[in-house]
Ligand binder design. Structure first.
Ligand code: DO4
Ligand code: MG
Length: 299
């Protein structure tokens, strides 16, 4: 069972559920956070609350492909874990031109994971909106990642897809540049849906695929599985909330396990597609940040 948000023709942002039979039902909750609050008050899971609400409802007549999907949860903050897959550690060592005992080797094996602030609500974008590439970097890639949607107390309530856009030359030059290698205008996309945690059979066996197209042609393709993750999701969340208050609906990206060839860099008008299990496909075109208007308000 998946929760989506979409813009109606009237301009209203609507929360809805895609049920197992692929029928879509509008929900009365105004946001994913609102749904979490209702569930908590009733001492039920989000999926139980939804089942009870839609029992006497009619599905909408449109298909998922016809809807203008929005960020499924407007997270106050999006955090990200790094170097949680072997492939990420190896790629970081190559870009930093170090062979052994690097910071990346150490963090991969250390009890404490790497966790950094990736985005704020105002910077976050959803399906089909342009992700930005920096004007001062020559080596930029998408990072396809499973994202956890968590409650303030750290409970994982759902899974979505995150794109942790990254500048490899800026990070490779000096790891202290990490915030600039990770956070800029439109550098984080999430969506298209939140798969509710209690409806997922095995979150450690989700196939991930990333496809990058240029003028319609496939220029990069990679695949992996969440079974390759070095740490557990609860371990990552436990470090996120250690001595740190978060709000309901905070999103935590769990790290990348797909890195394009080292010769690859994104270009304007490329199209990135990230597919994870039954969550769906998160698709975003690429634009130079200088060609993206300043966003004044929340989505
Ligand atoms: O250390 C840099 C970031 C690592 C990261 O974003 C990842 O492994 O996904
Ligand atoms: Mg990443």
């Amino acid at each position: 069972m998946k929760v989506i948000r979409f813009k109606k023709d009237s301009g209203v942002n609507q929360l809805a559920v895609v049920h197992d039979d692929n029928q879509i039902y509008e929900l009365s909750a105004e946001s994913f956070q609102d749904l979490m609050r209702v569930a908590e008050k009733a001492n039920k899971s989000c999926s139980q609350v939804i089942e009870e609400e839609i029992i006497n409802k009619q599905p909408i007549s449109q298909d998922l492909a016809e809807l203008k999907l929005l960020v499924p949860v407007v997270s106050d903050e999006v955090w990200a874990a790094g170097v949680t897959y072997l492939k990420s550690k190896e790629a970081r060592n190559r870009e930093a031109k170090v062979e052994k005992d690097s910071f990346y080797d150490k963090v991969y094996d250390a009890p404490r994971p790497e966790i950094f602030l990736k985005s704020t609500a105002r910077r976050l974008i959803g399906p089909n909106e342009p992700v930005g590439i920096r004007t001062d970097s020559n080596w930029q890639i998408p990072e396809p990642e499973l994202a956890l949607v968590v409650k303030a107390d750290g409970e994982i309530v759902g899974y979505t897809i995150g794109n942790d856009m990254s500048s490899r030359d800026i990070e490779g030059e000096n790891p202290l540049y990490l915030p600039q290698a990770k956070m800029w205008k439109h550098s984080c996309s999430i969506g298209p849906a939140i798969l509710l945690a209690d409806t997922v059979e095995d979150p450690y066996n989700l196939a991930i695929e990333c496809r990058i197209k240029r003028e319609g042609e496939l220029v990069s393709k990679g695949s992996a599985n969440t079974s390759m993750l070095k740490r557990s999701y609860n371990e990552l969340v436990s470090y996120l909330i250690k001595d740190n208050d978060i709000l309901d609906g905070t999103t935590l990206l769990t790290g990348t396990c797909i890195i394009p060839d080292d010769s690859f860099t994104l270009q304007e008008d490329d199209v990135i597609e990230i597919e994870i299990g039954s969550i769906g496909v998160l698709k975003n075109p690429v634009k130079l940040t200088s060609n993206i208007n300043k966003r004044e308000s929340l989505i």
